[in-house]
Design a protein around this ligand. Structure first.
Ligand code: ADP
Length: 611
């Protein structure tokens, strides 16, 4: 019953709001309402808590209902010098105390339910986001996604607990007060009811204007947050280009835009309050005047009129709060639509559920693979790519920057599927292979490895769950053990955001250890192009050589020594394999490869847009 009631109450304002929201969000109205109902469905686990809250709400509203009556009685007692004054005061006090205790329970239980609900929603939403395919993340801003996790969920939390409980409370307050008022004096209530619709219509008209402004304000603020997030996240680049002034101005402009709307919002809110105040209080005075005349004519006692006026104030306040709740509900409808869109989104590439071969074996073969990135579907990045990597073989990819080397690696990792053609592992099409299984068998070391903001130990263990001795062994293999143990905190040293507290060479060696810990069958390497000092370079190179030993390797090569030892070199340019063979054969051909070698392979490859 309670749920039906809540649901009913929740959908009532939502319905009227969505038609307006639809003007700029193009919502399907029934969808928006359905979403709110779905959010309430999610709150089913909090049923008992909410039920407790509703009961407390009934009690506290009930006390609000009867208190004014006794308030009036105290006054009547005083006027008529009645003996019962003290008793009435004690009753009034008891009502207020009881009401406050009930208020405590109401507020506590509803807030508690909200916290529980939002914690669950956040987990569900995060889980839904994190399994989306990589193409999804190419298209959606990080800030936008994290925003949904933090703000949208908070808005929803508020709506389904605090706002609904307030709505319930005010509706009860209005209905209850009107009933009591009607009993006290039908004629005065009639006068009051005659003026209420006028005020309500004005509130709606004004509220509409406010809502539009609020929406614009939110949008502008979101733009500013995006700028802030991007610059703070990339402060090193900002600093090195002396970009502080520029970003200050840029952010300042964005904030100025939101301020300009905020300024209007402040004015309109003020006007709204003043304007509503005049009408609401005018109505009260009108009722008071009418009531006073009734007292003069002997139809009403002074005490009853006082009670009546308190009830009228209750009703007026409840109306005012309900109008302010409209905006919150509308925001929640928008937030829940966005949230469920995300929660319901089926990733285009599934993580699990494919074939899980016993062993990672067989030839890895690209067959007429062509590919466009989902975020830039007008450009074919790979065209008709054919090549094979046999088990134990080391194949090197070389070519000018932007040619498609990293993209090739991305396809093997199953970050994307080819648009045409296929990639096979032995007899299986990679499309049908379980992606989690596949990645368990692949070690990826990228050009500029990203570490997580935790300890070195946890970073290496990110590759897979391993014992301490396995982790140290992997670190030794990766030439990282010595530098790690030279830190006072050893493996527990925190590396900072993205690993900023380590040098480039150290980061790379930790990343190699992280890849080795899972003992991958296939190693995908992107050699660093950024210059390391000779010592570091030697250590990294030695670690890589050791890692390659006995494994199938595909390496994006920037070093002559690497391509020399490769059993096959593929030259990729503008999305096509333009040359293929061993180093010696290709030098003999005297084509693109030879030119690249003369430029030491790395020239021009330092700015890789996909990194
Ligand atoms: P390479 O590794 O050879 O330098 P890439 O494979 O990184 O080249 O890039 C090939 C092309 O694909 C480039 O034109 C690049 O702009 C584009 N590209 C790379 N990553 C993406 C992406 N995530 N979304 C859209 N286009 C991309």
């Amino acid at each position: 019953l309670v749920f039906t009631l809540i649901e009913l109450v929740a959908t009532l304002p939502a319905n009227t709001l969505i038609s307006r929201v639809g003007q700029y969000r193009k919502f399907n109205p029934s969808k928006g309402t359905a979403n709110l109902r779905r959010v309430l469905g999610l709150a089913k686990e909090e049923f008992w808590i909410i039920l407790g809250g509703v009961l407390a709400l009934l009690v506290s509203s009930g006390t609000l209902m009867i208190a004014p009556y006794f308030f009036g009685q105290v006054i009547n007692n005083a006027i008529t010098r009645n003996e019962g004054l003290n008793t009435t005061v004690v009753i009034l006090l008891a009502i207020y105390v009881g009401g406050s205790i009930a208020s405590f329970f109401r507020s506590w239980l509803f807030t508690l339910a909200g916290e529980r609900l939002v914690a669950r929603i956040r987990k569900m939403l995060f889980n839904a986001i994190i399994v989306q395919e990589i193409g999804f993340f190419d298209k959606n801003r990080t800030g936008e996604l994290t925003n949904r996790l933090s703000s949208d969920t908070a808005v929803i939390q508020n709506a389904v607990t605090v706002n609904i409980s307030m709505l319930l409370r005010y509706i009860l307050q209005i209905i209850g007060s009107l009933i009591v008022m009607f009993i006290l004096s039908p004629s005065v209530t009639g006068v009051l009811l005659a003026v209420v619709p006028i005020i309500a219509i004005m509130a709606v008209l004004y509220g509409r204007k406010l809502r539009d402004l609020r929406k614009k304000f939110q949008d502008e603020l979101a733009n500013a947050s995006n700028v802030a997030e991007e610059t703070i996240g990339n402060i090193r680049t900002v600093r090195s280009f002396n970009g502080e002034k520029k970003t200050m101005n840029h952010y300042g402009e964005m904030i100025e835009n939101s301020y300009n709307i905020g300024r209007k919002l402040a004015l309109y809110t003020g006007l709204f309050n003043g304007y509503m105040g005049i009408f609401a209080q005018g109505a009260i005075v009108l009722v008071l005047w009418f009531g006073a005349k009734q007292v003069l004519e002997g139809h009403l006692t002074a005490g009853l009129l006082t009670s009546f006026m308190l009830y009228a104030l209750n009703v007026a306040m409840a109306f005012a709060f309900i109008t302010s709740l409209y905006g919150d509900f509308m925001q929640a409808v928008g937030a829940s639509v966005r949230m469920f869109e995300l929660m319901d989104r089926d990733p285009e590439l599934k993580l699990e559920g494919g074939l899980k071969p016993q062993k990672f074996q067989g030839v890895l073969e690209f067959k007429e693979v062509s590919f466009k990135y989902p975020a830039r579907s007008d450009t074919e990045v790979l065209k008709d790519i054919n090549f094979k990597i046999k088990p134990g073989e080391m194949v090197a990819l070389v070519g000018p920057s932007g040619g498609g080397k990293s993209t090739t690696v991305n396809l093997i990792e199953q970050f994307y599927h080819p648009n045409t053609g296929s990639i096979a592992l032995g007899d299986d099409d990679l499309r049908n292979v379980d992606a989690v299984w596949l990645r368990d068998n692949i070690g990826l070391v990228s050009q500029e490895p990203i570490l997580f903001a935790c300890s070195i130990y946890d970073n290496i263990q990110y590759g897979c769950d391993a014992t301490r001795s396995e982790i140290e062994e992997a670190a030794k293999q990766a030439n990282a053990h010595d530098f790690i143990t030279s830190f006072s905190e050893g493996y527990d040293t925190l590396v900072g955001e993205r690993g900023v507290r380590l040098s480039g060479g150290q980061k790379q060696r930790v990343a190699i250890a992280r890849a080795l810990i899972k003992n991958p069958s296939l190693l995908l390497l992107d050699e660093a192009t950024s210059a390391l000092d000779a010592e570091s370079e030697y250590l990294v190179q030695e670690a890589i050589d050791r890692a390659m030993n006995g494994r199938t390797v595909l390496v994006i090569a920037h070093r002559l020594s690497t391509v020399r030892s490769a059993s096959k070199v593929l030259v990729i340019d503008k999305g096509r394999i333009v040359e293929e063979g061993t180093h010696d054969q290709l030098i003999e051909q005297g084509g693109v490869y030879k030119k690249l070698v003369l430029r030491q392979l790395t020239a021009g490859a330092t700015t890789n847009p996909s990194e």
